[in-house]
Structures are given as C-alpha cells and as structure tokens.
Design a protein around this ligand. Structure first.
Ligand code: ADP
Ligand code: MG
Ligand code: ZN
Length: 607
C-alpha cells in the first residue's frame, strides 16, 4: 500500500463562509457602488446660488421635492445637476414660473423591475452558483461521493510511519508500557501468529499517568514503529456546541478507521469525552451522546480486523466505568513518574540533542531531580543548553545542569531582588534548621545543595533534597521525621531570633498535609485504627481529598493533627538546641557563601 497517499488533507472551510462572502459583496454594492453611480454628478449649492442661477436664466429644469430642490444648469455646453435645500418661500413658484421648466431632474425611484432583480434574483443566482461550485469540489475531494455538508467531519490527523519519526528508543524508561505496546504493534504486523493460538487482540489500551510522563510520546512512538495508519485526535476536538455533532465526528472517525484497517486510533485526553455520566439534570447532553457513540463504535468493532484504540488520560478515576470494561479498553497501561534509573535515561536521551561536556554525571543530576517528570527533565536539559549559550560557552556543563534543575523546579534567580542582611541571616538559619534536623535524624547527608538566592517562584532559599534509594513504602517513623524536618526551619528561627516570620508557610502546608494523611488515610493513629476518614480523588493531578466521617470525628482529627505536628515541632526544637553550635557554624557558612553542598554540610557537621 502506498502510505504517502494518507497524508491528511487541509481542513476545508465550511459552507457558511462562502455565504458570508456573498452577503458582504451585496452590502458593499448597495452601500457604496450603487449610490455613487446614481449621485455621481450632483453638485451641492446654496439657496442664493440657486436664485442667482434662476435670475441669470441658465436654469433649465427644476424638481421641487419636499425639502430639496434639484435643478439643472447649462454650463460650458453640458448639463450639470445641482441640489439645494428648500426654504419656506411663498413666492417661490411665482418667481420660478416662466423662467424654468418644472420636471423630473433625477429619478426618485429605481425602476421596480431593476430593484427586484438586484435585491432578489441576483443573490439567489450567486448563491446557487457558488453552492454548485463548492459541492462539485467537495465531491471530487471525497472520491465522488455526494456533496455532503462539512459538519460532523472528524479532523483526525493521520500519521504514517515516516511522518512522526519517533521510535520506542526515544522514550526512555517506562519499560512496562513499552512492552505492552510493542505487543500491540507486533500483532498488527503478524496477526496470524496470534490467531493460530486463538489469541484475540485487545481492542483498546488506556495510558494513564500524571502529566508530562510521556503518554502522548509513547503513542507517537507506536505510530512510528507500526507500519500502519495512525489516527490521532484529541478528546477536546469532539466537544461541540450542538447536540449530535460530537457523535457524528466519532462516527466519521471510526468509519475512516474501518476503511484503513489495520490501523491505530489514538484519542488523547480522553477524559474530556469519557467523563462519568452522572444522570443529573445539569448533565451535558452533547457530551453524553458523544460518549454513547464512542461506546457503541468500540463495541461494533471486529478486533480481528485490526483496529486498535489507544487512549491517554491523567484522570482515570473520572472516566465512565462503561468505557473501562473489557471489550473496550481491555488494557490499562500505567505510565508513572520515572524512577532514578528512568530519570537518568531520560536525561541521556534528551542530552543527545544538545552539546554537552563529556564528564557530566547524569546519575548525580537524576538524583537531585527526584520527583521530576519526563517533561520536566526534558526542560532541564534545554535550560542547561540555554544557560550555556547565555554564558557564551560552546557546550553545557554539569553546573549548567544543576542550576537548571533549580530553574525548572524553583524558577529563575531574581536578579533585582536583594535580601536585606537581616533577612539573609534569617533565611540561612531557617534552611540550615531544616537540614540539621534531617541530618541528625538519619545520620546522613540530607541535602544535595542549599542556596539562598531568591527565586521567581517566591522562595527565598532553596533546598535540593537527595533521596538516595527509591522506596515506595514509608514507615510511620520516617513520616514523623519528615514532619520534624519540615518544622525545623521555623524551630531555628524561634531558637535564634525569638521571633517568627512568614517564611515557613510552605513548610506548614506540607507538614499539615502529611500529618493529616497519616491520621486519615494511612491508619497511623492509635485511635482510629484502620478506618479511612478521607478519600482521595484525582490522584495524578495533585490528589484532592474529601473527608468522609462525622462532624465529631472531624473535630477529633483536627485535634490529632495539631498534636502530631506539635510533637514533631518540639522534637525539632530539641535537636537544634542540642546542636546549637553546629547550627551557628553552618548558618554562618551559608550566609557568607550563599550556597552549601551536601558534602560541605557533612564536613562541618562531623568536624
Ligand atoms: P503526557 O504524558 O502529559 O502526554 P508528553 O508525552 O506530552 O506527556 O511528554 C512531554 C514531553 O516530555 C515529551 O515531548 C518528551 O520530550 C518528554 N518526555 C516525557 N517522558 C519521556 C520519556 N519517558 N522519555 C523521553 N522523553 C520524555
Ligand atoms: Mg499528553
Ligand atoms: Zn522552610
């Protein structure tokens, strides 16, 4: 099959566009061209000029209208039509009688036939001609079909192997997802291998994961690897103003897919059309129809034909259950945030595109960028290259990469914002307070680097945490220590300055969230045992939670959260009190140098 013939066509303008043009032309004619044609040669004069002309005897014909007078004068051998305002004048007729002819100088009304032609017949003829022209064009481009309207056409882009150029090798990490997708690609290439055993192809696979983890990228890689047509459309493109249009688009998309089978249909951000139907009066009719159409179409597929549907979303919990049942999206492919190895691989993939020093240690950078998504890592690499250009270097270095982590996560350094000496001192103690509490609890370097340069995000200091080994389980102890670390900044301020500042707002927020989670979701309080007091929705987009308990329990929870945080705060204060000499020493170092690395920190601490 010639794959290049599948290049997507330019979207055509809707018919209404041409009708608007016709209307515009008509208005133009009526308002500008016709009046200037008929009134071309009328000269405005004053009433006394008119009387003078009458007395001179050069006026030939006069037309008295209710408030204007049109008259013709003989000048230089040809007739000139003039016009003047009419004044209340009893003697007028007497004065004119005998000197001029009364008559029709300009036609007051167009001939009825002409005006009928212009205002009715002409537009109709124009519209018919243009309509014919367009429908013939459309019929040609649609392969001889009837001149259907453009409404309800899906604008799916069709990719073929050569046009995206993205391969699985461009996607780093995400091995499980790649494996599952590779199987689908393989099936499309050798269906008989699977059919011999009687294995059926999954009809659909749903990529779920947080934003920026490479879901869209994976789908594009599938398009690049599979030598079959690949339809790509975003869920939002089905959202239409009028009921039924979205459904028509779905129908059209699947009709096209059926014709091109075997092929892959990719619907990005599928949650825009796949939202749960909640049956409320405020429900959105159009969206439900679109979803119903999608459900029907997916059922109507014969999977042996080889049409595979991929979907991507970061809100799987808001999807309609009917969409998720086997037979529609059989497979759910988790695309999670990359782990340490994954981050390193992603950095390397993107570093290939820029000039970078040979001795860059990607593992170190991956460690420092813990929690970053693939998109953020790609951004970090790009920022490093930009920074190198800004500094007039030919390639990016380790330092560029490290600075760009801070840029991507904490924002740019604020050039014009200068901390006062006093503020700088407070911020130094605050940041060291966090780090010291963390270090004393675990006996290891808690930070990669601390800087006290103001950032555009509003943070005055920035601490780059290290987490050496990835782990997925957190013990109660670790969580408590984390809360203690978060309170360490404020504790240091209290200890040294005996006053407190607003600088701890973010710490407070995080500590509260952790403490609340421990009590309401992780069953880590003695009293509530293993009862969930909170449910979390939207886990990939920040995780909003809602309480699910009685008012009395809510009060109790609040009390317990305060108690827990307070206990850790006291613990942090005590740790700092015991190590107050180190606190002074470290804060002094940070204050003077504005930055301290993890090694320098441990050096001073263990001296
Ligand atoms: P989403 O999951 O939100 O659809 P995208 O697929 O659009 O995220 O990813 C955005 C960008 O992040 C990609 O274009 C790519 O540059 C980068 N990226 C994300 N994940 C990876 C990965 N695993 N390997 C390489 N690049 C990645
Ligand atoms: Mg995406
Ligand atoms: Zn802090």
């Amino acid at each position: 099959m010639d794959l290049n013939e599948l290049k997507d066509k330019k979207p055509k303008r809707p018919l209404i566009f041409y009708y608007l043009i016709v209307l515009g032309v008509l208005l133009l004619l009526n308002f500008f061209v016709v009046p200037t044609m008929t009134q071309r040669s009328i000269r405005e004069t004053t009433y006394d000029q008119f009387l003078d002309a009458v007395n001179e005897g050069i006026v030939d014909e006069v037309q008295l209208d209710s408030d204007v007078i049109y008259y013709t004068v003989e000048s230089d051998g040809h007739q000139q039509i003039c016009k003047t305002g009419r004044i209340y004048d009893m003697q007028e007729v007497n004065r004119l009688y005998g000197k001029v002819h009364f008559g029709q100088v300009i036609p007051t009304r167009q001939s009825p036939i002409l005006s009928f032609l212009i205002s009715w017949i002409l537009p109709i003829v124009l519209i018919i001609v243009i309509g014919q022209f367009i429908s013939r064009k459309m019929a040609k481009s649609m392969g001889g079909g009837p001149g259907a309207m453009m409404f309800g056409k899906s604008n799916a882009k069709i990719y073929v192997k050569s046009s995206t150029g993205i391969k699985f090798s461009d996607v780093a990490g995400e091995d499980e997802a790649k494996e599952l997708l590779t199987e689908i690609v393989d099936y499309l290439h050798n269906p008989q291998k699977y059919q011999e055993i009687g294995a059926k192809m999954p009809k659909g696979a749903l990529l779920v994961g947080p934003p920026g983890t490479g879901k869209t990228l994976l789908a594009k890689a599938v398009a690049g690897e599979a030598e079959v047509p690949f339809f790509s459309i975003s869920g939002s493109e089905f959202v239409e103003m009028f009921v039924g249009m979205g459904a028509a688009k779905v129908r059209d998309l699947f009709k096209q897919a059926n014709e091109k089978a075997p092929c892959i249909v990719f619907i990005d951000e599928i949650d825009t059309i796949g939202k749960k139907r909640d049956g409320q009066i405020t429900g959105n009719d159009e969206r439900e129809q679109t979803l119903n159409q999608l459900l029907t179409e997916m059922d109507g597929f014969d999977s042996s034909k080889g049409v595979v549907i991929l979907g991507a979303t970061n809100r799987p919990d808001s999807l309609d259950p009917a969409l998720l049942r086997p037979g529609r999206f059989d497979r759910r492919i988790p695309v999670e945030l990359p782990d340490l190895q994954g981050r390193e691989d992603i950095l390397k993939v993107h570093a290939k595109n820029i000039k970078i020093a040979d001795n860059v240690n990607f593992r170190e950078i991956a460690k420092a960028a813990s929690g970053a998504s693939g998109a953020e890592l790609a951004n970090i690499v790009n920022e490093a290259a930009l920074r190198a250009v800004r500094d007039g270097r030919r390639f990016a270095t380790q330092a560029d990469m490290e600075e760009s982590i801070e840029v991507v996560i904490a924002g740019y350094q604020k050039k014009n914002r200068v901390l006062s000496e006093k503020e700088k001192l407070i911020v130094s103690y605050h940041e060291i307070g966090h780090a010291l509490v963390a270090a004393k609890q675990t006996e290891s370097a808690p930070v990669h680097k601390i800087t006290i340069i103001p950032r555009t995000s509003g943070a005055l200091g920035y601490t780059m945490q290290v987490d050496e080994d990835e782990h997925y389980l957190m013990s109660k102890e670790e969580l408590e220590n984390k809360i203690a670390t978060l309170t360490g900044g404020r504790a240091a301020e209290e200890l040294i300055f005996h006053s407190i500042t607003t600088g701890a707002s973010n710490d407070i927020e995080q500590a509260t969230k952790l403490a609340r989670g421990m009590i309401t979701r992780f069953g880590m309080s003695d009293e509530f045992d293993m009862v969930a007091m909170e449910t979390v929705s939207n886990q990939y987009l920040g995780g909003d939670s809602s309480l699910a308990c009685s008012f009395e329990t809510q009060t109790e929870i609040d009390r317990k959260v305060v108690e827990l945080v307070k206990r850790q705060h006291e613990k942090a204060a005590q740790i700092l009190q015991e190590n107050i000499m180190k606190l002074h020493e470290l804060a002094k170092f940070l204050y003077e140098n504005e930055t301290i690395t993890g090694e320098q920190f441990m050096d001073i601490l263990n001296r």
